[in-house]
Ligand binder design. Structure first.
Ligand SMILES: NC(=O)c1ccc[n+]([C@@H]2O[C@H](COP(=O)([O-])OP(=O)(O)OC[C@H]3O[C@@H](n4cnc5c(N)ncnc54)[C@H](OP(=O)(O)O)[C@@H]3O)[C@@H](O)[C@H]2O)c1
Length: 256
């Protein structure tokens, strides 16, 4: 632990404590935005907190560093802002603090990006959204996909107060109303309009290769792009591949 002690037993305050796993481009921007809205933010990198103390001091004053396990244990809501290939390593399940994430809302901001993650067929299966894989790994957590489609520069430069003209929208996807509402509150606090675009299974429409990936649109355009996704080339291709998969894979096959 560094800079401030993480205390999982401290009394809760009105706003949930946010943990961010990943102290890179997106993790530091989200940390800064949420601290600006009054949240207590804890953040970790891949190793000892001392490795990120300096960068956090400079980029995110007010954030507290810790190990990923400490951050996850002390947070009410955890944002995954690390490379997907590190969160879902082949043949291993030890890089995320699974026990500490149990029962918590986990916001999946990650994408499969082969230049970073390597060529990984398991992360590039057109019939299973990557957030579904995250949910399967974190089977006792509540996963919502959010903050993944907007580039970190746009996240950094785009926040506006609720109701401000031209405010940008961020698509969120999940399977539970209460989880989606909690994620929406965070998106709003970060300075963006939350737009529900579907379930985790449907969150393919937020992934690389879809129109919304990279989008920096107002909410009504995010909504419109989500609605037309099934008719896009990518959406049609996905539907065909999923139909083919349903014909050939037994319904109870576990694909992770
Ligand atoms: N860049 C964007 O514009 C953008 C926008 C939206 C979403 N995303 C997604 O957000 C994720 C992070 O992207 P990024 O651009 O922020 O990457 P980045 O700048 O490379 O930062 C990644 C961070 O994750 C840390 N990390 C690696 N393994 C970890 C582990 N097991 N536990 C905790 N932290 C770990 C890294 O620490 P070390 O340096 O110690 O390895 C680093 O701090 C990716 O999935 C990406 O697709 C990116």
């Amino acid at each position: 632990m560094s800079k401030a002690q993480l205390d999982p037993n401290r009394p809760s305050e009105a706003l949930p404590t946010i943990g961010i796993l990943g102290a890179g481009k997106v993790g530091t921007v989200l940390a800064r935005l949420l601290i600006g809205s009054g949240y207590r933010v804890l953040i970790s990198g891949s190793g000892a907190p001392s490795k990120i103390d300096l960068i956090i001091d400079v980029l995110v004053p007010g954030a507290t560093t810790g190990t990923s396990a400490e951050v996850a244990a002390a947070a009410d809501v955890v944002i995954l802002a690390l490379p997907l290939g590190k969160a879902l390593p082949l043949g291993a399940r030890e890089t995320l603090p699974l026990d500490e994430l149990r029962g918590k809302l986990v916001i999946d901001a990650m994408n499969y990006w082969w230049e970073i993650d390597g060529v990984r067929d398991d992360l590039n299966d057109p019939t299973v959204a990557t957030s579904e894989l995250v949910q399967r790994l974190l089977s006792d957590s509540h996963v919502v996909k959010a903050f993944n489609h907007m580039g970190y520069h746009d996240l950094d430069e785009g926040p506006r107060p609720t109701g401000a003209p031209g405010r940008r929208g961020i698509g969120i996807a999940g399977d539970d109303d209460a989880d989606l509402a909690a994620a929406a509150a965070l998106v709003d606090a970060a300075g963006f309009d939350p737009v529900r675009v579907g379930t985790l299974h449907e969150s393919f429409l937020l992934q690389p290769g879809s129109e919304l990936f990279g989008a920096n649109f107002p909410a009504d355009e995010v909504r419109a792009a989500a609605a037309r996704f099934p008719r896009t080339e990518r959406g049609l291709e996905l539907a065909a591949q999923r139909a083919e998969n349903d014909r050939t894979v037994p319904a109870d096959t576990v694909r992770v």
